[in-house]
Design a protein around this ligand. Structure first.
Ligand code: WT7
Length: 651
């Protein structure tokens, strides 16, 4: 197989959407940004660092003398929380709403920037009273409530790196993360509301702290959210409401070095123990702030921004906490699930708060497609002016559905490619500038250098596929894997010399725009052709009866691998023999006979990680009649039983 052929390039998507004139005319970022960055990348980033308030302005931009260990703005000093809170109050915006909090049971709280400053100052004083000092790690295991944001900002304010652990993770997962970071304090809650009922969190902390490796934890700070019965360890556990409100609301932020650690965030990876991705202060905040301003075209006086991610993922870190707050945004923070108490909850929230910018994931969009467009149609979504997507390749049909049924065929969509490791967005259209193509993240942002290369490391020509790499360091890049520099080198920098290997397949189209094709591990090899799971899935989703699809390559004696597809049908569609045949023919028509799935199985649900990514590895196990691998990171492990029960008995 020639390298140009690596990763098939089959799908033709011809639809184009120009930016609305009004948005283009007033856009935060224009073509000039690309020109400036192309002329001098480092000067461009130095100029973006000026968005922040530094106590000591940096004179150095990038120190790359010991690659791949980067230092950005190394002689500068700043306080992240001052940048996210205090400076907006000092600039006279204290009365602006920072957070519109909506609890799942329907309780709501409005927090202005002035109130946020008081709350964060009290929490910072409280952590200091618990003995937390700069450099100590703090684990945060909270539901999506304002205290999660306050706790992160309080940590940043005193220079204590936080490690947020998603509230849906088990006691074991929590223990591993507490142990690896050697946390001193855990901030948690009695519970949170999920699917219409209280769901306990504190018992998982209690259990985690019985496990070896967690002995460094001295205190557990507990927010009362649900009021459920909670076991108590005297001398270790402290109620937030006993400790925090009695603190002074005055707290002087201290300036930290630009390379001071800001947070650790664990990514599971496919094998081995989770990787603690380390992000630092000045470069991270510069890029989180700039990309939020540029890609969402944020107008802090008038926009209401809503990122639906959980604070336990990097999306929540960069686009609920650090990006939006550094830009003085007004935001919605929602605690619960999209279907509690009804399937229109998100659209009701958009109507209630007049949300103008929505940032969500393809998995959510496809779920809403499955539930049907009559649900969003019941609400007034006319405040929306911009939509974003992140987390997975978005199927062109889901993109078009999103624009039509949520964006009234009017709003641009920004499909933003990035990773926990990149810290902030890397590849995305700019809403006032880019003529968008459904399914493509398109262009590296100003100041970002990304390309697609083949097995030998040569850049592929337009029209070909290969591996996505980043060819220059960027301000919000991970600095290492916590406690494991070697793993940092091995995972990201050893496959191709001097280039960061993202682990994603991608292709460049005839215009040089980038299309993401999914994780390289998921690519299928059928009769000598590399075929991307993403493209076959998108072809299936382009059939009117399919809401969602997951495709895997199962070993096959004649073709090497054969394509097996699992599909979720849209609302009213019913499965029968003819439908399966119709879908196979549809894919063959869209992509060519080589991509025609050998088997298609309609299912009710697909196995997903807690951040919404399809776990193809488990579907491969099913398709190859193997015992299932590790299912502990699944949202719902019964999904696999359901899928297996639909299969003919193993031979
Ligand atoms: C992986 C990173 C970035 C925040 C959420 C996920 C996939 C992410 C896109 C996109 C295609 C995407 C990639 C990437 N991904 N955004 N717009 N188009 N794929 O963070 O859990 O670190 O996952 O998500 O495969 O490598 P993460």
């Amino acid at each position: 197989m020639s390298s140009n052929e690596s990763l098939a390039n089959l799908l033709k998507e011809e639809r184009r959407f120009a930016p609305p004139e009004e948005l283009a005319a007033a856009a935060n970022v224009t073509a000039e940004a690309y020109e400036q960055a192309a002329a001098d990348r480092l000067e461009f980033w130095a100029a973006q660092a000026d968005r922040l308030t530094w106590s000591t302005k940096p004179t150095e931009t990038l120190d790359w003398s010991n690659p791949p260990f980067a230092k950005w703005f190394a002689d500068g000093k700043l306080n992240v929380t001052y940048n996210c809170v205090d400076r907006h109050v000092e600039a006279g915006h204290g009365d602006r709403v920072a957070l519109h909090f909506e609890g799942e049971p329907g309780d709501a709280r409005t927090i202005t920037y002035a109130q946020l400053k008081d709350e964060v100052s009290r929490a910072a004083n409280a952590l200091t009273e618990l003995g937390v000092t700069a450099g100590d790690r703090v684990a945060i295991y909270l539901p999506m409530i304002p205290e999660a944001v306050i706790a992160m900002l309080a940590c940043a304010r005193i220079g204590a790196p936080h490690s947020v652990v998603f509230g849906g993770f088990s006691a074991d997962a929590l223990a591993t993360r507490i142990g690896d970071a050697d946390a001193r304090v855990v901030i948690t809650a009695d519970g949170g509301y999920r699917r219409g009922k209280p769901s306990a969190l504190k018992p998982a902390v209690d259990e985690a702290l019985t496990k070896p490796g967690t002995e460094g934890v001295r205190s557990v700070l507990v927010v009362r959210r649900t009021g459920q019965e909670t076991a108590w360890a005297e001398g270790r556990d402290v109620w937030w409401h006993d400790l925090v409100p009695r603190q002074s609301d005055q707290h002087t932020p201290q300036a930290f070095d630009a390379e001071h650690p800001l947070f650790i965030l664990y990514t599971s990876g496919t094998t081995g123990k989770p990787k603690g991705i380390l992000h630092t202060t000045g470069g991270y905040l510069t890029q989180a702030s700039y990309t939020h301003h540029a890609v969402f075209d944020l107008k802090p006086e008038t926009d209401v921004f809503w990122c639906t991610a959980d604070i336990g993922w990097v999306t929540g870190h960069s686009y609920i906490v650090y990006g939006p707050l550094s830009n003085g945004a007004t935001q919605v923070l929602y605690e619960g699930t999209p279907d509690s108490p009804h399937q229109g909850r998100w659209w009701e929230i958009i109507q209630k708060y007049g949300v103008t910018i929505l940032y969500t994931a393809p998995t959510a969009i496809r779920t809403y497609m499955k539930w049907g467009e009559d649900i969003p149609a019941k609400f007034d979504l006319s405040s929306l002016r911009l939509l974003g997507s992140v987390g997975e390749p978005i199927n062109p049909e889901a993109w078009v559905w999103y624009r039509k049924h949520i964006g009234a065929d009017r709003t641009p969509i920004v499909d933003t490619w990035w990773q926990t490791e990149t810290g902030a967005m890397m590849i995305s259209p700019l809403p006032g500038l880019t003529t968008t193509k459904p399914g493509s993240a398109q262009t590296p942002l100003p100041g970002i250098a990304a390309t697609v290369i083949d097995d030998e490391g040569n850049e592929v020509p337009n029209g070909s596929g290969g591996y996505l790499v980043l060819t220059e360091p960027w301000p919000s890049m991970l600095r290492t894997i916590w406690g494991d520099d070697q793993r940092y080198l091995d995972t990201y920098w050893s496959r191709f010399e001097n280039r960061y290997f993202a682990g994603d397949g991608a292709k460049k189209d005839e215009d040089g725009d980038i299309w993401l094709l999914g994780r390289v591990d998921d690519v299928m090899l059928v009769s000598g052709h590399n075929i991307s799971t993403t493209e076959v899935e998108s072809a299936l989703v382009s059939h009117p009866k399919v809401a969602e699809a997951a495709v895997v390559g199962a070993s096959d004696p004649t073709t090497g691998q054969a394509i097996a597809a699992f599909v979720i049908l849209r609302g009213s569609a019913t499965e029968d023999e003819n439908l399966v045949e119709e879908l196979r023919t549809h894919v063959a028509k869209q992509l060519g006979p080589i991509a025609k799935p050998k088997r298609i199985l309609p299912v009710a649900e697909l196995p997903k990680t807690r951040s919404g990514k399809i776990m193809r590895r488990l579907l491969r196990d099913v398709a190859e009649n193997r015992q299932l691998g590790d299912v502990t990171t699944l949202t719902d492990s019964t999904v696999m039983d359901l899928i297996q029960s639909k299969l003919p008995a193993a031979p």
